[in-house]
Ligand binder design. Structure first.
Ligand SMILES: Nc1ncnc2c1ncn2[C@@H]1O[C@H](COP(=O)(O)OP(=O)(O)O)[C@@H](O)[C@H]1O
Ligand code: SF4
Ligand SMILES: [Mg+2]
Length: 336
């Protein structure tokens, strides 16, 4: 569960300028027979000290939102709209500009630690590289900082183990190494893409709690994407529900779990735990999540699966409407 925060904390945070803002973010992929829209007009803000969750089933576009923000979209992809970091445009920015931000203020944790860890390099060299390159530390200073960070992610016997290669760690320990690496430069903004999906449930819970504690201590802004509402319940302050590349609903975590308004969110919650239930739950997986070709979609993306569908739903795409208390929903039948 997120650490308890008073309403005053929340009010102060919401008054601060967002560190990351996405506006009308669209990601298209060129395919052999057309263009597929993976992310469709997504907008959100994240502030320091806030953990934003993006939840949606596989293929809903979660990873592509993070990839676009990190400048890692595949070669056949095109990003449009805007993503700003501390007020600077970073969408489609030059590799030099992105490298600078990625090394010092923005980092990412992937589902598979081997995406970030080099299998042929000892952990000590991978962890210290960034401190030496970006912060001008001596190697000895960097090793001390890295050992301390490994201790903070609770790797036993860190001073000895730091000299091992990644494959000499278990899956859970490797994920801890990656978290240590991502937090080493004290990033202002952290992206986490299904950070614990590959791990068993007990290890997942430990790692999420650890991550939650560390990012709160750093006062970082976090965007975490997952298909798992248990992860959202454990980590997040606010959540966006994504379907077919579009935002269906946005709400504070308690509001979403207690009173989901969008039919898709309601369906998810019906199959989901309460906040005090710590077991991990997956979204109900229903095959055939629709992926429209760009410009071809009409109507609500959820219409084929919605039991409240009316005629208007198949012809008119509902706009995301924002209401009080940070709530928003995209449905013809819902006023947020
Ligand atoms: N390089 C690519 N070329 C074509 N389609 C892609 C590419 N990368 C991702 N996609 C598609 O974009 C959609 C969204 O993918 P993704 O963001 O990875 O989903 P999620 O993370 O929610 O599971 C999926 O339909 C996926 O197949
Ligand atoms: S707009 Fe229509 S189809 Fe879409 S979620 Fe609302 S009721 Fe269902
Ligand atoms: Mg993904």
């Amino acid at each position: 569960m997120p650490l308890t925060q008073t309403s005053a904390d929340v009010a102060v945070r919401q008054a601060a300028a967002p560190i990351l803002s996405a506006r009308d973010l669209t990601v298209d992929f060129k395919l052999e027979h057309g263009v597929m829209r993976a992310v469709d007009g997504v907008s959100f803000d994240v502030r320091r000290g806030e953990v934003l969750g993006i939840v949606g089933e596989s293929g809903s576009g979660k990873s592509q939102i993070l990839m676009a923000a990190m400048g890692l979209t595949a070669i056949n992809g095109r990003c449009a709209g805007s993503v700003t970091f501390e007020g600077q445009e970073i969408l489609n920015a030059s590799p030099e500009k992105l490298d600078k931000i990625r090394g010092s203020s923005m980092s990412m944790i992937f589902q598979d630690p081997m995406t970030s860890l080099n299998p042929y390099m000892r952990v000590v060299d991978q962890l210290t590289e960034v401190l030496v390159a970006h912060q001008g530390k001596s190697k000895a200073e960097a090793v001390d900082i890295a050992v301390e960070m490994l201790e903070r992610v609770r790797i036993p016997d860190a001073r000895r183990r730091i000299s091992l290669y990644p494959h000499e760690f278990s899956g859970g320990m490797r994920q801890r190494v990656m978290i240590a690496m991502a937090l080493l430069c004290k990033p202002a903004l952290l992206f986490a893409d299904e950070p614990t999906t590959a791990l068993d449930v007990t290890v997942q819970a430990q790692i999420l709690d650890l991550l939650n504690g560390l990012v709160r201590e750093l006062n970082a802004a976090v965007v975490i994407v997952t298909h798992d509402l248990g992860v959202i319940a454990r980590m997040c302050d606010r959540v966006i529900v994504l379907y077919g590349g579009r935002i269906m609903e946005e709400a504070a975590i308690d509001d979403l779990f207690e009173n989901p308004r969008h039919p898709y969110s309601q369906g998810l919650m019906a199959a989901t735990p309460r906040l005090d239930d710590n077991t991990a739950h997956d979204l109900r997986t229903i095959p055939g999540s629709p992926r429209a070709l760009a410009g071809k979609m009409s109507g609500c993306p959820f219409a084929p699966r919605c039991d409240r569908r009316i005629e208007r739903c198949t012809v008119e795409t509902p706009a995301l409407q924002r209401g009080a208390g940070g709530r928003a929903a995209a449905c013809h039948l819902v006023t947020p």
